[in-house]
Write a protein that binds this ligand. Structure first.
Ligand SMILES: [Zn+2]
Length: 319
């Protein structure tokens, strides 16, 4: 039987397995953590998974994003992950969302539990408000170099993300500037999924923030408290209520900008750009020089400044 070893494990048992089968989990971000977390939950037999990621698979991802293979380069991470996971466990209902999450569309994020596998603070603050507003538990995770953090956030029962992190940039660097070894992601994902097992089977979960540095073989439990006067805990939401979230946002670390443009027929854009230089076109995206375009109108642009990003977009695509 597929889950026999997990059912024999006394903390799960057949009752726990039944609860897992009924559970709905959303995974936000399919990078180094998200790909592992998605695979572990798929193998463990959760009922349904929603996979969300706005990116495509790049060569430098393969070092640590264990679900992807060379054939997947330039394909949507969420759609590709779905394809692989279905082959691992066809009984899990899996939905893939190839989208950027922003204040305008975050409302569709639901489930018994949301797992934060993103790489940026902006999205985590937004997710924190969404989960508090809708009473959805979520598990924060982050990695850099050989260290990582995991923390369970359950509305009203634990401190929220805003209680703990006030000055994001000082706390976390980025994988692009500090680097990352792939073992770091394995440990964070194991911690995150174990906490998910506890929550989904209605058992006590960790109330401390777990911090580790694998290279130093050090693991710490850090006590965290509700911030007195935390505006988010008081339901004063700033990220959710942002009137118009920026059309141009900086992507964590790698000198890329995301621009939200009009939805375009990528085949037609490709025809035009082919006259200038090499174009890569598949069902998920179009890649031309520093530009990656998606069918929904989003573009990722490698550029040294926001102005440069905008001017590259205008130059090749138009206004
Ligand atoms: Zn708070």
């Amino acid at each position: 039987m597929r889950y026999s070893r997990q059912v024999v494990f006394e903390k799960i048992g057949s009752k726990g397995q039944e609860l897992l089968k009924k559970s709905k989990v959303t995974i936000l971000g399919l990078g180094a953590i998200g790909t592992r977390t998605a695979e572990l939950l798929t193998r463990a037999g959760v009922g349904s998974l929603t996979l969300i990621d706005r990116d495509i698979v790049e060569l430098s991802n393969l070092q640590r994003q264990t679900l992807f293979i060379e054939e997947d380069l330039n394909k949507s991470k969420s759609l590709t992950a779905l394809k692989h996971l279905k082959k691992i466990n066809s009984q899990v209902k899996i939905k893939a969302v190839f989208k950027d999450i922003n204040p305008k569309n975050i409302n569709f994020l639901k489930g018994d539990l949301i797992l934060d596998c993103t790489d940026n603070m902006e999205t985590r603050f937004l997710l924190n408000e969404h989960c508090l507003k809708n009473n959805i538990p979520w598990i924060f995770s982050s990695i850099i170099g050989s260290s990582g953090m995991v923390f369970n956030i359950v509305p009203t029962k634990t401190p929220c993300f805003n209680c703990i992190f006030n000055k994001p940039e000082e706390v976390l660097g980025t994988c692009d500037t500090e680097g990352i070894i792939n073992t770091t992601a394995s440990l964070v994902s194991s911690l995150q999924v174990t906490e998910a097992f506890k929550m989904l089977t209605q058992q006590p979960y960790l109330k401390n923030l777990t911090y580790f540095d694998l290279w130093k073989n050090k693991i710490e439990k850090i006590k965290v408290k509700k911030l007195q006067n935390c505006q988010t805990c008081k339901n004063n939401f700033t990220y959710l209520n942002e009137e118009s979230s920026d059309d141009l946002i900086k992507i964590c670390g790698n000198n890329s900008y995301q621009l939200r443009g009009r939805a375009l027929k990528l085949q037609e854009v490709a025809k035009r750009l082919k006259k200038l230089d090499k174009v890569i076109l598949n069902s998920d995206c179009l890649i031309f020089k520093e530009l990656t375009m998606f069918p929904d109108g989003r573009a990722l642009i490698k550029a040294s400044s926001p102005e440069r990003a905008k001017s590259l977009y205008t130059k090749y695509i138009g206004n």
